[in-house]
Write a protein that binds this ligand. Structure first.
Ligand code: ZN
Length: 241
């Protein structure tokens, strides 16, 4: 039998402890909701980590035993230590998958890996979002129709200041008229990164089956083969010169 994919779901876990309204939607935290879905899948093994744990729950040991890291943050990006960001970046370049959700577009780790501001337009009006699958043969789109909808969502609009994605899987349309590249794949070193837009803390979006499906599809995509470690520097010729 294949080894299970080892996933760590990371959450800053502040909103859920500070607001009763948010705690009602995510009683186990946003990380708990995401982990709860992933735990129903036989090929995935899950642990969680949060900001207020020592080393934010991301010790060398945990990172070494993580095939895919899922990242949710919003109000405390600046509290994430640069030393941990350095280590996560090194693990991504070394082959760990990274799934960056919603407001984590402004996380230190995502901005570091993108090299741009990662800024965007936003509006909280609980409007409808239609997420179009623009790359139906992509593994992250598996099992989805041509589109799915989120009935109430926060709007994110273009321009989204990221480098051109290596693959674009989803484009969102919002009731207010904006569009957004809401499913973006990037390759960095031997690692794969997927940015997925949905998931505001005051809305039950991580309980929606299509959203859960995208996350588990992305876990499998991001974990899959990372190839042999490249070597660099001065080399002897392979053939006689
Ligand atoms: Zn939000």
């Amino acid at each position: 039998m294949l080894q299970p994919i080892r996933v760590t779901v990371w959450n800053e876990y502040r909103h859920e402890r500070q607001s009763e309204e948010i705690a009602r939607i995510y009683p186990e935290g946003i990380h708990g909701a995401i982990a709860g879905h992933l735990r129903t899948l036989p090929d995935i093994e899950v642990r969680t980590a949060t900001l207020d744990e020592p080393e934010h729950g991301l010790s060398d040991e945990v990172l070494a035993a993580t095939d895919v890291l899922i990242w949710w943050g919003h109000m405390a990006h600046q509290e994430v230590s640069d030393a941990v960001v350095d280590k996560v970046q090194a693990r991504v370049l070394n082959g760990m998958g990274l799934i960056v959700l919603h407001s984590a577009h402004f996380s230190k780790i995502f901005k570091r890996l993108m090299g741009t501001t990662c800024n965007l337009k936003w509006r909280e009006a609980n409007e409808r979002e239609r997420i179009w699958v623009v790359d139906p043969s992509h593994p992250i789109a598996e099992g989805l129709g041509e589109y799915f909808e989120i009935s109430q969502t926060e709007m994110y609009g273009e321009r989204f200041d990221i480098p051109q994605p290596d693959q674009l899987v989803f484009i969102s349309w919002f009731q207010g008229g904006e569009v957004f590249r809401s499913g973006c794949c990037f390759y960095r070193g031997r690692g794969k990164i997927f940015y997925f837009r949905p998931g505001h803390e005051t809305l039950p979006i991580y309980h929606q089956p299509e959203v859960q499906k995208v996350i588990s599809n992305a876990v499998r995509w991001a974990a899959s083969p990372r190839g042999s470690a490249p070597t660099f520097g001065n080399v002897k010729p392979l053939e006689r010169l």
